[in-house]
Design a protein around this ligand. Structure first.
Ligand SMILES: [Zn+2]
Length: 108
């Protein structure tokens, strides 16, 4: 069982790098890029925690509301209806960021 990965352990640069990569990957799906951009913005502003499997993230619009995201989906209103939401985009973004963070980088 790994320890929880806190927001502080992933640098904004890593999230930024993941975002750039993912924008490139889904460059033909503008709706996905919009969700990604919103996720990146909200990751800076909202409290969140990722334990290696599930993401718990604060709502950007409703105080004290938290959503739970796993690879199966998100429990917010849109997510429950099977629609894509920024929480799921944030989940994907964090997973990419962690992958990048775990990849050894070449010395400058
Ligand atoms: Zn959601």
């Amino acid at each position: 069982m790994s320890s929880p990965i806190l927001a502080q352990s992933i640098s904004p640069q890593t999230v930024g790098n993941a975002l750039r990569l993912m924008r490139h990957e889904c460059r033909f799906k503008s709706r996905e890029v919009t969700a990604l951009n919103r996720a990146a913005l909200n990751l800076e502003a909202c409290t969140w925690q990722y334990d290696g499997e599930a993401l718990v993230i604060e709502s950007a619009s409703t105080m004290h509301q938290r959503y739970h995201v796993q690879h199966t989906g998100c429990d917010c209103k849109a997510g429950s209806a099977g629609r894509p939401c920024w929480h799921l985009a944030a989940f994907t973004l964090i997973r990419h960021a962690i992958e990048l963070a775990l990849t050894p980088t070449k010395p400058p």
